[in-house]
Design a protein around this ligand. Structure first.
Ligand code: GDP
Length: 139
């Protein structure tokens, strides 16, 4: 089922560098409506569960340490074709490969510390949204 919604996190590196405003400006300018938003911090268990698909990868431990080291902004965004359009807006996982003008090109510093998350499917957007939000926090 297409929902026209995606889930994002502004990652700890983005908050440490004071980039919340700059990233939200790009998101708003690209036509996404903010449906839900919160400042929160993932526990070790949260991050291990959120990134469980990567648990056998060599970067997993570093990824969990990074994602738990400070607060994040979790948000749900709405737009027609939200999943694909948001993935295009954030750019490639590795900022070196991210296209000019994308959020990761502008704000990310490395493959792990890449400033933002964006869901890769409607099914995962729904799972990731439910991980961070209750129904009454979505508008
Ligand atoms: P995304 O969908 O573009 O965020 O990428 P993935 O879902 O494949 O990976 C999740 C997150 O794990 C990425 O955003 C990076 O923070 C990190 N990551 C993924 N692949 C690598 C890798 O090969 N090396 C490192 N160091 N981190 C990675």
């Amino acid at each position: 089922m297409r929902t026209n919604r995606t889930f994002t996190m502004l990652k700890p590196d983005a908050l440490e560098k004071g980039m919340i405003g700059g990233i939200l400006e790009k998101i708003n300018s690209a036509g996404f409506r903010i449906v839900g938003m919160k400042l929160t911090q993932m526990s070790q268990k949260d991050a291990e569960s959120f990134y469980a698909v990567h648990s056998n990868r060599p970067f997993f431990e570093g990824l969990v340490a990074f994602m738990t080291r400070g607060p994040i902004v979790a948000a749900v965004l709405e737009k027609e074709n939200a999943i694909e359009d948001f993935r295009a807006l954030i750019g490639a996982t590795n900022p070196v490969e991210a296209a000019e003008g994308t959020i990761r090109k502008l704000f990310a510093s490395s493959m792990t510390e890449n400033a933002v998350h964006g869901s890769d499917s409607d099914a995962n957007a729904a799972i990731e949204t439910a991980f961070h939000f209750s129904e009454r926090e979505l508008f």
